[in-house]
Design a protein around this ligand. Structure first.
Ligand code: SF4
Ligand SMILES: [Zn+2]
Length: 117
């Protein structure tokens, strides 16, 4: 069960405003738009992927205390999949660039045929 970050009242995942302390929990009055909020004094931006990759142009950056677009770098790191082995990476790359590989192969074959004559 979810609880209000300010007063710990029990809330639903779609609760827009805490029924006890009136803390706004969703943005724009819409139950589908989460409003992320800092828990301490630190800005949300300090742990946000959009600050880390310098793509955020929100005016509240870098001191956002609430934000609708916040995405935690910690979660991103946890979701990052391990790299496949180098052999498989090369195999994927060759599979994705079949046209170029074929063209380079033809050029190499032509070059070999010219040099053999
Ligand atoms: S998306 Fe929000 S939390 Fe992230 S950097 Fe921009 S303003 Fe900060
Ligand atoms: Zn509350």
């Amino acid at each position: 069960m979810l609880s209000c970050p300010r007063c710990q009242a029990t809330i639903e995942s779609t609760t827009i405003q805490c029924p006890r302390c009136r803390l706004t929990l969703k943005a724009h009055g819409h139950p589908g738009i989460p409003l992320h909020r800092t828990e301490g004094d630190e800005s949300l931006c300090a742990t946000c992927v959009y600050d880390a990759d310098d793509t955020c142009n929100f005016p509240q950056r870098p001191d956002a205390k609430t934000c609708t677009l916040y995405r935690s770098t910690t979660v991103e790191e946890e979701l990052t999949l391990p790299q496949p082995p180098i052999g498989r990476q090369i195999s994927f790359w060759l599979g994705n660039h079949r046209g170029w590989v074929g063209l380079v192969g033809l050029l190499m074959l032509s070059l070999v045929l010219v040099l053999v004559r």
